[in-house]
Write a protein that binds this ligand. Structure first.
Ligand code: P1T
Length: 388
């Protein structure tokens, strides 16, 4: 776009393709180049061209930051080397003796970071079932500085009412941060619902092609931006330019990919619900989901993420070992379909009693439905379930 700063009124698909990018000024290259450099030559002492050192500034990274910020309807984006690095740096805005209320259904690695690393540094966490506003409210203390939730949660697909959680946090003088990785900005826009911060593992739907690891934080407040930006440079968990370029290539098709993920996810969830080997399907787009009404209110689509209860570790093992198209792997949100066993894979770091309390059983299997032809995906699950 000629003037990438003027994106007012543009819709999601146009923003996905154009926001944050302008032709490269030296050659006119339409694609933002990979600025693969660690430093920038300064014309004279005390004067530089806006770029000093690549931990601090990188044009490829900045284009990605502007692009994802626009997709989230936010003013600022700050990119990180991973989703967890975005979370880790966020927490560094707080100090010992501050208190954080965190949804207990967050990704296992987020739970591990908060409970095993950050808690050692004197910050206090209360983990709550954030689908219950009463639990969030009851956990608030005078020193609560942040309420952090993931919605939908990984892998139980529990939802938090973002607008209501923001009201509770703000009444306590705290911020609300939302990990929007599972929904993607196409399906859910937490800032518009009152959240102060949106976090992403860009490794997932944002990049969408399973070929990089990255993270992003988006916000509207200049004060939060200033603190977080200071820490991006001070702590230095920044992504390399090549990974930023890959993510930026990914976002160009975010709207198209999410339409396909949403359609495949819904169709497969409906089919799984009729299958006699499947005891329960967790998918916010199904009327059987206990928070379906909230899902319809705060989400535009329900993604390709589905969890199912197969009844036992033995059943789950047979299913995940026998799919042909669904690949057995960690991660999610790529164009290719993946299948995983949260208890032994993504959530192995969560203590057993906590997993059981959340319903994250040994029979639970998680699907990341890609954008392949849905009939092929259903046939694949059907033949694998036949072996259960
Ligand atoms: O892997 P990384 O980019 O550091 O992102 C961590 C992360 C944060 N938030 C959510 C909701 C996530 O799902 C993840 C990473 N999750 C997986 C690797 C997984 O397979 O669930």
């Amino acid at each position: 776009m000629k003037d990438e700063t003027n994106t007012a009124g543009l819709r999601m698909g146009t923003l996905a393709v154009h926001a944050g990018q302008q032709p490269e000024p030296v050659t006119g290259a339409i694609m933002t180049p990979v600025f693969q450099t660690s430093t920038y030559v300064q014309p004279e002492l005390g004067r530089h061209l806006g770029y000093e050192y690549a931990r601090t500034q990188n044009p490829t990274r900045e284009a990605l930051e502007r692009n994802v910020a626009a997709l989230e309807g936010g003013a600022y984006g700050i990119a990180f080397a991973s989703g967890l690095a975005a979370h880790d740096t966020m927490i560094k805005m707080f100090s010992a003796d501050d208190h954080i209320v965190c949804g207990e259904g967050v990704y296992g690695g987020t739970f591990r970071l908060f409970s095993k690393v950050i808690a050692r540094m004197g910050l206090h966490f209360t983990f709550v079932d954030s689908s219950s506003l009463d639990e969030i409210r009851a956990a608030i203390r005078p020193n609560t500085k942040l309420v952090h939730v993931e919605t939908p949660t990984n892998p139980m697909m529990g939802l938090t009412d973002i607008a209501a959680a923001a009201e509770i946090a703000h009444a306590a003088g705290a911020w609300l941060s939302v990990d929007n990785t599972f929904a993607s900005p196409y399906n859910q826009q937490p800032l518009a619902l009152g959240a102060d911060l949106v976090l992403h593992s860009t490794t997932k739907y944002i990049n969408g092609h399973s070929d990089m690891v990255g993270g992003m934080a988006v916000m509207n407040s200049p004060e939060i931006h200033e603190q977080y930006r200071f820490l991006q440079n001070a702590a230095g968990a920044v992504p390399g330019p090549w990974d930023c370029w890959l993510a930026l290539r990914g976002t160009k098709t975010l709207h198209l990919r999410m339409q396909a993920h949403n359609a495949n996810g819904l169709r497969i969830a409906q089919w799984l619900e009729t299958h006699d080997k499947v005891e329960r399907v967790y998918y916010p787009g199904l009327p059987s989901h206990p928070q379906h009404a909230l899902a319809q209110r705060q989400m535009k689509g329900f993604t390709g993420m589905i969890s199912i209860e197969t009844g036992s570790l033995e059943n789950a093992t047979k299913l995940v070992n026998n799919t042909r198209i669904f690949a057995l792997a960690e991660s999610l949100g790529g164009v290719e379909s993946l299948i995983g066993h949260p208890a032994m894979m993504t959530h192995a770091s969560v203590p057993v009693d906590r997993r059981q309390a959340m319903g994250l059983s040994d029979g639970l299997v998680r699907l990341s439905c890609g954008v392949e032809d849905v009939e092929d995906l259903i046939a694949d699950l059907d033949q694998a379930l036949a072996k259960v």
